[in-house]
Ligand binder design. Structure first.
Ligand code: PRP
Length: 535
């Protein structure tokens, strides 16, 4: 028998018996809703040409499963449902009577990081309302999104609504280049206050930078809109806020209680042009629904048609049904074991928390700290636990975030655990001279690779698990990329810094769903922590 004949690839999953029934239940409930509201089903092929998926819309081709057809053209397993439907509407339904209401229930295929505990094949059930640019169309999509979550029997959920126009209005009024705009966008989206603040400091104090600084904090009820208007007002930004107010008022008047506003929900790409929304469910650490208005997408396929739509992540809902991970429990905070642990405990003490259990932990890994639960783990695992939502908050070094992190909010720089990334090698070696290909050892291969790429250097990076200083001493590498705190390990081993790469300190990260579903508790904890970190 061949080696992998009885296995399935990473990221794939078999479902058996009642598992199939449970998944089907969710899909049936959603399809019934869509049909009731006059939506008609479409199925697009699992295999499409790569050209259908525009990188400008945020789909990098390296996350796609690629194949080739008989003529050598690149095809992919569809990584998204909206673009194939846009293609289908522009080609097959161009002379239909608009608006057209479509729904789908089919899989998308995305390559996730290996061993990240994510499924690469995800069932999405969603709608597209095409050919209607009115507020009524947005209300229809949002009401259906709320109803979709309600019908799937979630104990508690929240739909967050933002508007691409508000953020865009501010950016359009700034004299900065596209790269800076993209950076501000991504830092706002990830609520990375510390890094955003640095970028905005470099630009200087203007009405726009003052507004952008506070934007990631603007989520909650209708009061968020007043706060936003006070922060920034221009014809374009006012009109986006007024639009959101109208939509929000109409939704809540219509009985939708589970909606919130989030002006930090921004558009990383040019995909969304109006409202943007995301659904979070208690029991899931990831968003279970996402959608928005995309008035320019279908024109890329040759038909000018505005549209709004959303997709429900059926797999995420299925997981909530089976193993709700953040149901009823105290707020859970993951701490990095070792050096950072001591400074974190000190911060807790400054917050007035009773840390006696943490101080006398023995070999226990989960410990009560007043009303909270502290979890002790290795740095990369802090990120894994927070990304999956089994811990709500994490305290971890920026080094680990840069190397391992992707989807969480990075909300605070604690200014503890300060050190830096540096390139080091034996004192008598001129690392940058000569033409031979260099070898570099590191516990942080991603950081090392990116650093050398940014310098236009092609090096061999060798992953080492610890005491990286050994690699050049034993002749395995020419140099190392590592964290340096006091510099004594380098010195005692005859190595010296050739270039500093970036400063590092401990950061506070928050799971995206927890931030929405446990907003009050998390904000109170963060406020106390921030105060303690400044004492
Ligand atoms: C880190 C780092 C260096 C050392 C630097 O290792 O990888 O080896 O600390 O600190 P210094 O500048 O104060 O001497 P760590 O102690 O985390 O152990 P490890 O290499 O075994 O992972």
């Amino acid at each position: 028998m061949r080696k992998y004949a009885r296995a399935i690839p990473q990221g794939a999953r078999d479902l058996l018996f009642e598992e199939c029934d449970d998944k089907k239940k969710i899909e049936t409930a959603l399809s019934a809703l869509y049909k009731e509201r006059g939506y008609r089903k479409v199925i697009t092929p699992a295999i499409e040409y790569l050209d259908v998926f525009d990188a400008d819309a945020g789909l990098e081709s390296d996350i796609m499963y690629k194949l080739t057809d008989d003529y050598g053209r690149t095809t992919v397993l569809r990584p998204d449902n909206t673009m194939p439907i846009a293609r289908l509407v522009a080609s097959r339904l161009s002379s239909a009577d608009f608006p057209v209401r479509l729904y789908y229930d089919q899989n998308v295929f995305i390559r996730n990081k290996a061993y990240a505990g994510r499924t690469d094949e995800v069932t999405q059930s969603g709608i597209e309302l095409i050919g209607d640019s009115s507020a009524e169309a947005d209300i229809e999509a949002l009401t259906m999104a709320v109803e979709a979550l309600r019908r799937t029997q979630l104990s508690s959920f929240s739909l967050e609504i933002g508007h691409a126009g508000f953020f865009k209005a501010i950016l359009d009024d700034m004299d900065i280049d596209q790269r800076q705009k993209a950076e501000i966008c991504s830092l706002t989206e990830s609520k990375n206050f510390a890094a955003l603040s640095d970028v905005l400091d470099d630009i200087g104090s203007t009405a726009q930078t003052r507004a952008l600084r506070l934007l990631p904090r603007l989520f909650g009820g209708v009061e968020v809109l007043d706060a936003a208007k006070e922060l920034y007002s221009s014809p374009a930004s006012d009109s986006a806020l007024e639009y959101l107010r109208d939509i929000y008022t109409r939704l809540t008047a219509g009985g939708c209680k589970d909606v919130m506003l989030d002006l930090g929900l921004v558009n990383r790409t040019n995909y969304y042009t109006g409202i943007i929304f995301r659904g979070y469910a208690r029991g899931s650490g990831v968003s279970v629904l996402s959608g928005g208005r995309y008035d320019n997408l279908i024109s890329h396929f040759g038909l000018d048609a505005p549209a709004v739509g959303f997709a429900v992540d059926v797999n995420a809902l299925y997981d909530v049904m089976h193993d709700a991970i953040n149901a009823e429990r105290p707020l859970r905070i993951a701490l990095t074991k070792g050096r950072l642990e001591k400074s974190s405990v000190k911060l807790f003490q400054k917050m007035g928390l009773d840390t006696s259990q943490l101080e006398n932990k023995g070999r226990r890994l989960i410990l009560p700290v007043d009303g909270y639960e502290a979890v002790l783990s290795k740095a990369p695992d802090v990120i894994t636990y927070v990304e999956h939502g089994v811990c709500d908050i994490g305290i971890v070094g920026k080094d680990t975030i840069v190397e391992h992190g992707s989807s969480f909010y990075e909300v605070m720089d604690l200014n503890i655990g300060k050190c830096r990334f540096a390139l080091a090698c034996p004192a008598d070696v001129d690392f940058f001279s000569g033409h031979s290909r260099k070898r570099v050892a590191s516990k942080y291969p991603r950081v090392a690779k990116e650093y050398f790429s940014s310098r236009g250097m092609d090096v061999d990076v060798i992953k080492i698990e610890g005491s990286v200083e050994l690699a050049p001493l034993l002749g395995l590498a020419d140099g190392i990329v590592d964290i340096v705190e006091t510099g004594s390990t380098l010195k005692e081993n005859g190595l010296e810094i050739k270039e500093e790469i970036m400063p590092i300190s401990a950061r506070v990260i928050v799971n995206m769903a927890s931030m929405k579903l446990r907003k009050r508790e998390i904000e109170a904890f963060l406020a106390d922590l921030e105060l303690a970190s400044k004492v």
